[in-house]
Design a protein around this ligand. Structure first.
Ligand code: DQA
Length: 140
């Protein structure tokens, strides 16, 4: 059984209510039901963690990063600011896929740089919530 965790960072608890023209109208909880349904026949256990606190995201990466098979990380705005998260991704053993719901390269210049991309296994950007699904497929 493959163990994969989705870790979402700041403001992603507001999905469905936050700028729906950019991030869509689905809540992440509803999306998780869809995602688990989609992979119900597959040999994968999917878990979800969200925090608005950088330190909690670091602690979750440390906690799962030596025994999970895959981490799907959308660090939200910390993507563009956090050396600490990049160091955590470098320091753990589990491969990390960086996901962004929106195409950050179409948006403001400050979203074009990611501290995580150089240390991620791969990057999925701009495919909406579908990006998380593609990341699970990669790990499978
Ligand atoms: C985001 C893009 C980030 O620039 C932004 O700060 C977010 C969401 C995305 O999924 O498109 O919070 O990571």
């Amino acid at each position: 059984m493959l163990r994969v965790i989705i870790i979402n960072g700041p403001n992603l608890n507001l999905l469905g209510r936050r700028e729906p023209e950019i991030y869509g109208e689905d809540t992440f909880e509803d999306f998780m039901i869809h995602l688990k349904g989609k992979f119900v026949e597959s040999d994968v256990e999917l878990t979800y963690f969200q925090s608005n606190h950088e330190g909690e995201l670091l602690e979750k990466l440390h906690e799962v990063g030596f025994h999970y098979d895959g981490i799907i990380l959308n660090a939200g705005a910390y993507t563009h600011t956090s050396v600490a998260l990049a160091d955590a991704v470098s320091g753990i053993e589990t491969p990390v896929i960086e996901v962004h719901i929106s195409n950050v390269h179409k948006r403001e210049a400050f979203r074009h740089h990611s501290y995580l991309s150089p240390v991620a296994e791969g990057i999925i950007v701009g495919f909406g919530l579908r990006g998380y699904e593609l990341a699970v497929e990669y790990f499978l």
